[in-house]
Design a protein around this ligand. Structure first.
Ligand SMILES: Cc1cc2nc3c(=O)[nH]c(=O)nc-3n(C[C@H](O)[C@H](O)[C@H](O)COP(=O)(O)OP(=O)(O)OC[C@H]3O[C@@H](n4cnc5c(N)ncnc54)[C@H](O)[C@@H]3O)c2cc1C
Length: 491
């Protein structure tokens, strides 16, 4: 168990996303110690994940190390770990990383663990259709997308039919799906068109599938139709009213409202369809009796606290309150409100007003220079909306240096036709599924805490030292060179 040395009020924040980071920062002037526990070492700007997946931005630009971001905040510390339990009675948070357990006590708690991908009960789809929730996801998708063009080139040179390799299906016509489909189409039609010899990348099919009758439902019918037209102008095939019923390595099956089905052969599938709140919501619901909705979001009091536990706040994608959407501003504003409440209580000036969300609007890009935006009752489309998208995203990217490099990469991709971040590795593509085959994931690859074998380490060290000494001898005595020379003579 970690203990406080300052005797100050201890705030634990779970998560380093929008809620976690903004909540922690909002407590920087408060008379508290803040411990942020998160399962990644970075803060993640999820709205730009699709640009990492399609080679526009690097992962570092949208995922700065939380430790660096908070390095100047003296009352905050960061702990790596996946929270596995919250004990509301004992007021402790338990986390694990690679078999190591940490228990942190709290006086106040802010839970901001967000949401994961939902496959609507078909989790096995994930093997072949990665989601878009993490840096791992985006890099895997980058590898799969660029890799599909490579495999198509090889196949075409052999004279094979490569249509299934040049077909890309994005499932889910929300902002993420629309942005992803638009960018893959731009890749195929603009960026890559001169790079291959055996295939014509412009013949690639990009299909956007959704069970809903329109794209971008929360934006309303008009902007949805505008976005659909923009995608179709780019060459994206939009299939609406089509529910995905099966996914395998080679493709997927969709079912229409009239009961008919269609098979689409496509090696690259991207799942951008649904969200499921963090399982920590269930742990909290079991201890408080608070309701959970179908997406696993927990019902909270109007002041974002849990029923019966005024010291515990839940914010962001995890909450079900007044039909608030799962967007960054709900998490940011909720976390700031929670921080203000904690600070107010300590100062004897408790916040009495319930949490009120201020909707600053929403937007989605379709292609370079084209977006849709909804701000209050104002609907914007085309270049104006795109400029607005640019300004807002630039403002919210964390860190000055990330802003500068993001602008440079955007110049490369939007004014030019290049992509600065096309590098992909085999590990990016196959690492997730390989780890899933291990019983305990990455934990299987490291020793148990306390199991360190000093004798074995001494043995290994001696062997390494012996090897190094032999290397030095070979070089110093000129043996290495003469041996090579000798072998050349023999050859
Ligand atoms: C691809 C994509 C595009 C999006 N685009 C937009 C957009 O354009 N505009 C917009 O407003 N919103 C957008 N969103 C939604 C927005 O990103 C979320 O609403 C927002 O991130 C929610 O903030 P949060 O703090 O609740 O959760 P998150 O930001 O998801 O943060 C959750 C944090 O908790 C950590 N965590 C999770 N479980 C545990 C655990 N058990 N233990 C420890 N740590 C844990 C995670 O690692 C992460 O650090 C998008 C989301 C995605 C996925």
């Amino acid at each position: 168990m970690t203990t406080s040395t300052t005797g100050r009020h201890q705030v634990v924040v779970i998560g380093s996303g929008f809620g976690g980071l903004f909540g922690t920062k909002a407590l920087r002037r408060s008379d508290v110690d803040v411990t942020m526990v998160a399962k990644t070492t970075h803060h993640l700007f999820q709205p730009l994940l699709y640009q990492v997946a399609t080679g526009i931005l690097s992962e570092g630009e949208i995922a700065p190390p939380t430790r660096e971001v908070l390095s100047g905040q003296k009352n905050a510390q960061v702990l790596l770990g996946e929270v596995t339990d919250i004990d509301l009675a004992a007021q402790t948070v338990t986390s694990h990383v690679l078999g190591r357990e940490t228990v942190v006590p709290y006086d106040s708690l802010i839970v901001a663990a967000g949401a994961g991908q939902s496959y609507f009960g078909n989790d096995h789809f994930s093997e072949f259709a990665p989601g878009m929730k993490s840096i791992d996801d985006a890099l895997e998708l980058r590898g799969r997308i660029f890799g599909a063009f490579e495999m198509a080139e090889l196949g075409a040179q052999r004279g094979d039919n490569v249509d299934h390799l040049l077909t890309f299906v994005v499932v889910g016509a929300g902002p993420t799906g629309v942005e992803m489909a638009g960018q893959i189409a731009e890749l195929a039609h603009r960026t890559l068109r001169r790079d291959f010899r055996a295939i014509n990348t412009r013949s690639a099919r990009v299909i956007l599938v959704d069970a809903a009758p329109q794209v971008l439902p929360p934006f309303g019918a008009k902007l949805g139709a505008n976005a659909q037209k923009g995608l179709e102008d780019l060459g994206v095939e939009v299939m609406l009213g089509a529910m995905v019923t099966d996914v395998d390595e080679r493709g997927l099956t969709v079912k229409y409202k009239d009961g008919s089905t269609e098979r689409i052969n496509a090696v690259t599938k991207i799942w951008a369809a649904g969200v499921q709140a963090s399982p920590l919501g269930k742990i909290l619901a079991e201890q408080t009796g608070a309701p959970l909705d179908r997406a696993g979001r927990i019902g909270v009091n109007p002041d974002l606290t849990l029923p019966g536990y005024p010291e515990v706040f839940v914010v962001g994608d995890m909450i079900a309150l007044d039909n608030l959407p799962g967007v960054a501003q709900v998490a940011i504003q909720g976390a700031k409100y929670a921080a203000k409440s904690i600070d107010g209580r300590l100062r004897g000036k408790p916040v009495t007003k319930p949490f009120k969300y201020f909707d600053k609007g929403s937007m989605a890009t379709i292609s370079r220079f084209r977006a849709v935006a909804l701000v209050g009752k104002i609907r914007l489309t085309g270049f104006v909306a795109w400029l607005m998208w640019l300004a807002v995203h630039l403002f919210y990217i964390t860190g000055f240096k990330n802003r500068v490099t993001a602008v440079l990469h955007w110049l490369v991709s939007f004014l030019g036709r290049g992509r600065s971040e096309r590098t992909a590795t085999e590990q990016q593509i196959f690492g997730r599924n390989a780890l899933a085959r291990l019983r305990r994931g990455a934990t299987d690859l490291v020793s148990e805490p306390g199991e360190f074998d000093a004798a074995l380490e001494a043995e290994r060290r001696a062997a390494l030292e012996e090897q190094a000494a032999e290397e030095v001898r070979l070089t110093d005595e000129g043996v290495r060179g003469s041996r090579i020379a000798q072998s050349r003579v023999n050859a």
